[in-house]
Design a protein. Structure first.
Ligand SMILES: [Zn+2]
Length: 166
């Protein structure tokens, strides 16, 4: 993903203590890697909102029906998707947390439908994990059976409750 024009240098500096942007030597794709181990449940970095939008874009994270934030530190825009994620964006506490033990040098990956109901730019997933869901377009396109293994934001859980008529 390209650089955002918004941002806070201070937050970027803080996050750089534990995570770093890398560029894949073959694909050229950017990603975020852990510079040190983080145990399951650890807060990897707090985050904030660089900007808030009423409609999603390819950098934004959904926090409400018409509320989509671009993240600070800016490096979080390089979080790639995996259908077998190792981090979660806790939009209630505004923290990136480790879902399981993360080793030094391991790429940090987020399950995009954990926060996105309708995605601005759906894509065919190439994560290659055994649990890959292939087409990633938002939580609204996935059955409960596919979502139950994931930690989901409060917003997505409320949308699933509405969909189920709860
Ligand atoms: Zn996948």
């Amino acid at each position: 993903m390209p650089h955002s024009r918004h941002g806070s240098q201070a937050l970027d500096g803080d996050a750089a203590n534990g995570i770093r942007v890398v560029r894949h030597p073959v694909t050229g794709q950017h990603g975020l890697v852990a510079l040190r181990p983080f145990p399951a449940g650890a807060v990897i970095t707090p985050f904030g909102a660089a900007s808030t939008h009423r409609v999603p874009n390819y950098l934004s994270v959904q926090i409400g029906e018409h509320s989509h934030i671009e993240l600070l530190p800016q490096m979080l825009q390089y979080l790639n998707h995996s259908c077998d994620p190792n981090i979660f964006l806790d939009t209630a506490r505004m923290e990136v947390v480790a879902l399981r033990d993360v080793g030094a040098g391991e790429e940090l990956q987020f399950f995009y439908p954990a926060s996105e109901w309708h995605m601005a730019q759906p894509f065919e997933c190439l994560c290659g994990t055994a649990v890959c869901l292939k087409r990633i377009a938002g939580a609204d396109t996935l059955p409960p059976s596919a979502l139950q293994r994931y930690r989901l934001t409060d917003f997505i859980r409320s949308k699933l409750g509405q969909r189920a008529g709860l």
